[in-house]
Ligand binder design. Structure first.
Ligand SMILES: Nc1c(NC[C@H](O)[C@H](O)[C@H](O)CO)[nH]c(=O)[nH]c1=O
Ligand SMILES: CC(=O)[C@@H](O)COP(=O)(O)O
Length: 157
């Protein structure tokens, strides 16, 4: 279990615009991740009007949604959220790989940081621990987003 996430740097989120794409697959868990992310961003000062949330069917659709958000909403950072749980076939593994490389591609092509907030779990218990339990992955994704938005801003000046 990975618990060694970096400490949040002291970052004022008030100047930032954030795009969030969240899958609807495994909705109880992705909704919880989304709540954690939004709470952390609000706590850091990100304004409600500067949060653009879109939903997609599953994690496979996240790269396109991230690309559309990056192009249409001009965010400082995009966060992609999904929960992939091993099924009976290797389908989840293929999606995990293509979503990961797709999200990175969008980030590099659009020159906008894209946070990979896709939880990939062997089973429901692992996924619940990360989205509903003592591991606050959503908060960690939000912190990464704030740090990358701040980095982008500082290097753009
Ligand atoms: N099995 C999971 C999926 N599967 C759905 C795909 O992401 C996609 O929507 C479908 O293949 C149509 O392109 N998605 C998740 O987010 N989590 C899963 O566990
Ligand atoms: C339909 C899916 O997204 C797929 O991952 C479901 O799992 P399975 O591998 O059992 O077909």
């Amino acid at each position: 279990m990975s618990l060694d996430a970096p400490q949040l740097l002291s970052i004022d989120g008030s100047p930032f615009t954030v795009g969030i794409a969240a899958a609807r697959f495994n909705a109880r868990l992705t909704d919880a991740l989304l709540e954690q992310v939004v709470k952390q961003l609000h706590d850091a000062g990100v304004k409600k009007k500067n949060l653009h949330v879109v939903r997609v069917p599953g994690s496979n659709e996240l790269p396109v949604a991230a690309q559309l958000l990056a192009a249409r909403r001009k965010p400082d950072v995009v966060i992609a959220l999904g929960v992939l749980i091993r099924g009976g076939t290797i389908h989840y593994e293929l999606i995990a790989e293509s979503a990961t490389s797709g999200l990175q591609r969008v980030a590099l092509d659009a020159k906008v940081p894209v946070i990979n907030g896709v939880v990939v779990a062997e089973n429901l218990k692992q996924a619940e621990e990360r989205c509903l339990g003592k591991i606050n992955r959503g908060g960690e994704f939000a912190n990464s987003a704030l740090e990358m938005a701040a980095l982008k801003k500082s290097l753009s000046q």
